[in-house]
Design a binder for this molecule. Structure first.
Ligand code: PLP
Length: 489
């Protein structure tokens, strides 16, 4: 086994943080064949001492390389270079062919942050030092009373902060009592469905749309109604014609998940009009509206809701980070008692310590500053990816949807390519792209004209043009391997 010599230096002035520089240099050495499969990389301690950085910096770099399959930890035997799948051509054995056609499960996020991971904000840009200070302060000020059972509906300080934030940023007023703090979007759905849904109730679902929403309503015994999405968002006219008696509609009006389109004002009004007449509930999943690249975020659907039919869901997973497991739902006045009565069965699982810390983070102004910085950063990082994909692919092969905001990119594929096969292959090679066809409400066979065909990619953690180029080339190679040499030169 040959050892990797440390022939590089870090640049503290570089835009990329130190761990990222190490990660990129080691990865490049592997890709260039300078580091061979099986060779041992220096221990964390040796690398940190040689480069003059903290051990945690090297650990972060190695962790990322291990998650992507470039390195392998062998305990006492050290860390070695594994054979990265992306460097080897797929075998043409029948076994590998059947493997490729297995659908991936878009509901299962990767536990590690693989490239293109959906739903992940820029982890490197979160102000961890400020956050640690706030959490430490909250711990120091823990009183005896804080040790008992927490409020079922969420901590009051956070409910107050969220109410103020929504008034300022999402354009509607609510009482803190209308806000229920939950442990993520799934618990929000659980609370609402448990409080309101009757078996067999019809629910309009965006098609394609978020698989978690589909799964929850299905599991609760609802009747899913697939409603197509075009460049104005959910097609309300079609939904009214197909299934006017539905009791729920779930929409992502700011940036439709996954296509990224914004719901037009006329569609918003038509949806609210239907809900008022039908006495139906509209769930507004406002999961990433904060990230609009130009101008201010559009007002929410809830801000137009004069009849009290909109249930508003927001999350801190994108605005802060997903490991917090903290979200909120705002219910109309008429539902407060009903949902409160259901809360003992679905207690808020986010620890009060974290809820209070989020409230302090908001009240001290860090939240607003962070969002402002992230809006700029995401526009920049999306630009890297768009440019790199445009350079790597012809528009005949892959066409990028234009989008005004959000943290994932959607690209349509040529009909001759199967998005599910490409996503599966990419996944096996450590790229977390997802197939648009996996987000359908009802599965359509490959070859069906109505089957959406495209790829979804998260970009907030692509930190440079260089990295975007590298990842796009890896993806391009997968296309060539699948389509056969020469089909797409
Ligand atoms: C469409 C959509 N809604 C809601 C969420 C929020 O999920 P959670 O708050 O559980 O992280 C996500 C996360 O990726 C999402 O994509």
């Amino acid at each position: 086994m040959s050892r990797f010599s440390l022939s590089f230096r870090l640049d503290p002035q570089h835009k990329a943080p130190l761990y990222r520089q190490i990660y990129l240099r080691v990865k490049q050495a592997i890709m260039d064949g300078k580091l061979k499969t099986g060779s041992r990389v220096p221990s964390v301690r040796a690398m940190a001492s040689e480069l003059g950085v903290a051990r945690a910096t090297v650990e972060n770099a190695y962790g990322l390389l291990t998650a992507e399959g470039f390195l392998q930890s062998r305990g006492q035997a050290g860390t070695t270079v594994s054979a990265p799948a992306s460097l080897s051509l797929p075998s043409s054995s029948p076994e590998s062919e059947t493997k490729v056609h297995k659908p991936i499960n878009p509901m299962l996020p990767s536990v590690s942050s693989l490239p293109f991971q959906l739903g992940l904000p820029a982890l490197d840009a979160f102000p961890r030092a400020i956050w640690s200070r706030i959490v430490s302060r909250q711990i120091r000020h823990t009183s005896m009373n804080d040790l008992g059972h927490p409020p079922l509906t969420g901590v009051d300080t956070l409910r107050n902060s969220v109410a103020r934030y929504l008034q300022l940023s999402r354009g509607f007023t609510c009482r803190p009592e209308q806000i229920f703090i939950c442990g993520g979007y799934a618990p929000v759905l659980d609370l609402i469905i448990g409080s309101l849904l009757l078996p067999g109730d019809g629910v309009w679902l965006e098609d394609p749309g978020y698989p978690v929403t589909q799964a929850f309503f299905r599991a609760a015994g609802a009747t899913p109604v697939a409603v197509s999405v075009d460049d104005e968002g959910m097609n309300i006219q079609q939904a009214v014609a197909d299934f006017p008696q539905a009791r729920f509609a779930v929409v992502t009006p700011a940036h439709q998940s996954p296509t990224g389109v914004t719901m037009s004002l006329s569609r918003r009004m038509a949806l609210l009009d239907w809900a008022a007449k039908q006495q139906a509930w509209v769930i507004e999943d406002d999961y990433d509206s904060e990230f609009r690249y130009q101008g201010q975020p559009l007002p929410s659907l809830k801000s137009l809701d004069t009849h009290g039919r909109v249930i508003y869901a927001g999350t801190f997973s994108k605005t802060l980070f997903p490991a917090l497991r903290c979200s909120y739902v705002v219910v109309p006045e008429s539902l407060v008692e009903k949902v409160e009565a259901y809360c003992p069965l679905r207690i808020c699982a986010t620890p009060p310590l974290l809820q209070s810390s989020i409230a302090e983070f908001i009240e001290q102004g860090h939240f607003y500053r962070h969002l402002k910085r992230m809006r700029q950063l995401y526009a920049e990082r999306r630009g890297y990816l768009e440019q790199a994909l445009t350079a790597a692919f012809s528009t005949d092969m892959l066409r990028i949807n234009q989008q005004v905001g959000g943290i994932q990119l959607c690209a349509k594929l040529n009909r001759s390519l199967d998005d599910a096969v490409i996503a599966k292959c990419a996944r096996e090679q450590g790229l977390a792209v997802q197939a648009l066809s996996d987000w359908q409400v009802f599965r359509r066979e490959a070859g069906d004209e109505l089957r959406p065909n495209g790829l979804l990619m998260g970009f907030p953690n692509i930190i440079s043009q260089e990295e975007a180029g590298f990842l796009s080339q890896r993806l391009r190679k997968i296309f060539s391997e699948i389509s056969g040499v020469g089909k797409y030169p």
